[in-house]
Design a protein around this ligand. Sequence first.
Ligand SMILES: NC(=O)c1ccc[n+]([C@@H]2O[C@H](COP(=O)([O-])OP(=O)(O)OC[C@H]3O[C@@H](n4cnc5c(N)ncnc54)[C@H](O)[C@@H]3O)[C@@H](O)[C@H]2O)c1
Length: 272
Amino acid sequence: MSQYPAFSLDLFRLDGQVAVVTGSGSGLGNVFARALGTAGATVVSADIDLAAAEKTAEEIRATGGTATSITVDVSDPDSVETMSATTLKEHGRLDILVNNAGIASPADRIHDMLLEDWDRVNAVNTRGVFLCTKVVLPQMMVQKKGSIINISSVAGLGGVSNDLSAVAANYSASKGAVATFTKQVAVEYGKEGIRCNAIAPGWHLGTQLGREALPLSEADIAAMVGKLHELTPLNRTGNPEELAGLLVYLASDAASFMTGQVIAHDGGWTSW
Ligand SMILES: NC(=O)c1ccc[n+]([C@@H]2O[C@H](COP(=O)([O-])OP(=O)(O)OC[C@H]3O[C@@H](n4cnc5c(N)ncnc54)[C@H](O)[C@@H]3O)[C@@H](O)[C@H]2O)c1
């Protein structure tokens, strides 16, 4: 007889679990936070923009879920420590971490790239993922269970043209580091019941990431979107909501034997 429970959709439920989502104030982070709330988790919505974090928490509460908000700068160790300590004080446990906060920069080629742009992107995208992971691991080790989900990118799996939105070497290198860090956490902490996986999204438009970093005319955007469709087997870009199922799966006991994986969610982009 297997010790593992027979399959049931209940395995996807997250009732009684506490989930921290960084960068939850907009874009994919908002989708992830709401999805975890829908699956029953108590959500800590954490963003450098407190008003945006609270708006996401309010959306979760408005649909019958449980959520609080907190301001965090994931690149700042003290701020990250406060996020974790406040979560434990208010909710008593910490089961799920979604390292979603991330930024891009102008899509300069490497020989033109400013050192400060390299450092600024890596401070959030790699240092931030390290700091947030480091701070939750001790509690997950006490609980002998935890699920960490890092948000990498298809840009972290291979080279991508600078023509396509805000993809530059600082961004792709940071997302590659996130993919490898994911595997390192999985290997180091598997014996302690902690799983760590990454999602590598392709383009999920409807978010601000590309446009803020690289202001484009409407004609440029139309040309870029056309090129993205051409390069994607499913011939379209993703909708952020389409990522919700994968995120909840990785967070839940339905994925109890999944760790160290970097899963592209990209309409087939990486399958050519
Ligand atoms: N949208 C996509 O198509 C796409 C594709 C691949 C990967 N990603 C990754 O997904 C994640 C979310 O992207 P998005 O498109 O939703 O971006 P977004 O810009 O819409 O949201 C990012 C959020 O992170 C917050 N943030 C920024 N710096 C922070 C910091 N230092 N501390 C805490 N919060 C901070 C912002 O306030 C914002 O709410 C990023 O890691 C991004 O690299 C996105």
